[in-house]
Design a protein around this ligand. Structure first.
Ligand code: ADP
Ligand code: MG
Length: 447
């Protein structure tokens, strides 16, 4: 029995793995334990109420789909939630409503909507174009619409939002979302099973076809040929095609010229990396969507330190939430710093001496050239020592280099500053506060 359920669960996990990214998989699914199987009802054990809610809001589709795949259409999911880390547990149902057939067909994640998509300068144009298409699929010159941009910048979210809105408004009956790899695999499969006619008609009878990550069509000649004909069939009938790619069409190597030219028939729009304000707005939105109120410094800190892409940004917030929930800790700036250290450290190292000098001078309220000036006025001398101390702690510079930046002072002056500040930190609460405050400012403001 227990082997059976473990087997079942690992098959389910295999399915889930294909649908969610690695980070989410590790955070949310690895912690689940299969508890009981009773007919077609599977009970899974999750570590807290928070996990239950998170899984239900974000992954109930994925979970239910994977479970139905293994146990058939009558499959049911129950959660058993561990309370206060005792064995005692609470049973909760999956709230999943059975989705209407048309939606189930479309493969679209209902979470990806325009409402949940935060607009910034980086994606304004792409979003406007997408909304235009969603409100009039096949009815504009934006056919195909091709959205391109780097990884984790919101392409999949945006192109699925088109499908969601068009369905919601009843403008289309059949929507098909597929990524190019899935399209390729299904096509190969249909060749092997002698079912290419079925394959073709499945794609050529939709009202809206969304194909994600078309760069993976590269060098797959037969698949490209099939897709070429699919494209033509739909376009001729005035059906909408939406595509995404990680680069502009011209740079798609290994893709036939006739396809590349078609990709440019309609509108090509890009998504850029988000700026600081947009990153912070996205985090706040994500927290809000999950009913979480966090101190604004936390958003600032994450947004300032995770600049690569939105998926990473989201991942950082999720890691923080999951950790706090599992360990019963409050979410504080300190916890955020501790937890995100690995991710943030490389950027923190890049803090410059000039930046520290400026931040400290601002904090104490005098011009930053005082950091380099000869004056020995007590307040200024102490601020200068604190700045030297922070330069040693937050940068990789040598004592000699630090001294040079502080008006050509000797390394022994820097050593003296370090011991003085360390002594004050042990004995003077005011200095502790000052140092903490400046450090926070540096870490937050840093890009
Ligand atoms: P891509 O397909 O470009 O790699 P995704 O669409 O998968 O990126 O986006 C990664 C994650 O970031 C998703 O969870 C998505 O919801 C989120 N995301 C991206 N852009 C935005 C945005 N502008 N507003 C809100 N969430 C976003
Ligand atoms: Mg994507």
């Amino acid at each position: 029995m227990s082997r059976q359920i473990d087997q079942l669960w690992s098959s389910i996990l295999e399915n889930i793995k294909k649908e969610v990214n690695g980070n989410s998989y590790a955070t949310w699914f690895k912690t689940i334990k299969p508890a009981k199987i009773d007919g077609a009802t599977l009970t899974i054990q999750v570590p807290s109420q928070f996990f239950y809610e998170w899984l239900e809001t974000h992954y109930s589709d994925v979970l239910n789909r994977a479970i139905m795949y293994e146990l058939g259409p009558s499959a049911k999911l129950l959660y058993s939630v561990i309370i206060d880390s005792s064995i005692q547990s609470m049973q909760l149902p999956s709230m999943k409503k059975t989705a209407p057939k048309a939606k189930a067909l479309s493969n679209i994640n209902e979470r990806f909507t325009f409402d949940s998509f935060v607009e910034g300068d980086c994606n304004k144009f792409a979003k406007a174009a997408s909304m235009t298409v969603a409100k009039s699929p096949g009815g504009t010159t934006f056919n195909p619409l091709l959205v391109y941009g780097g990884v984790g910048l919101g392409k999949t979210h945006l192109i699925q939002a088109i499908g969601n809105l068009a369905l919601l408004q009843g403008l289309v009956n059949r929507v098909m979302y597929v990524d190019s790899e899935r399209f390729t695999m299904d096509f190969i499969d249909s060749i092997q099973k002698n079912k290419t006619t079925e394959f073709s008609s499945q794609y050529r009878t939709v009202d809206l076809l969304i194909v994600d990550d078309i760069q993976f069509f590269s060098n797959k000649e037969r698949t490209q040929d099939e897709f070429f004909h699919t494209f033509n069939a739909l376009h001729n009938k005035g059906k909408q095609i939406v595509l995404s790619s990680d680069r502009p069409p011209k740079e798609l190597n290994g893709i036939e010229e006739r396809l590349i030219s078609r990709f440019q028939w309609g509108l090509v729009v890009d998504i850029q990396s988000p700026d600081l304000e947009t990153r912070q707005a996205i985090l706040q939105k994500k927290a809000e969507e999950n009913g979480l109120e966090l101190p604004v410094e936390i958003f600032q800190f994450i947004a300032a330190n995770i600049t690569s892409n939105i998926r990473e940004l989201e991942g950082a917030l999720i890691r923080l939430l999951a950790y706090a929930s599992l360990n019963g800790e409050d979410i504080t700036l300190d916890l955020a710093k501790r937890l995100l250290k690995d991710v943030c450290l490389p950027q923190m190292r890049a803090i410059s001496i000039e930046f520290i000098q400026k931040t400290a001078a601002d904090y104490f309220g005098f011009p930053d050239d005082m950091m380099r000036a000869k004056t020995r006025k007590k307040e200024i001398a102490q601020a200068r020592q604190i700045a030297m101390y922070l330069c040693k702690k937050l940068t990789d510079n040598s004592l000699k280099t630090i001294g040079l930046h502080f008006g050509g002072r000797d390394h022994t002056t820097v050593i003296h500053a370090l011991t003085t500040v360390e002594h004050m930190l042990k004995n003077d609460a005011k200095v502790q506060d000052q140092v903490d405050a400046i450090k926070n400012k540096i870490e937050i403001a840093q890009l």
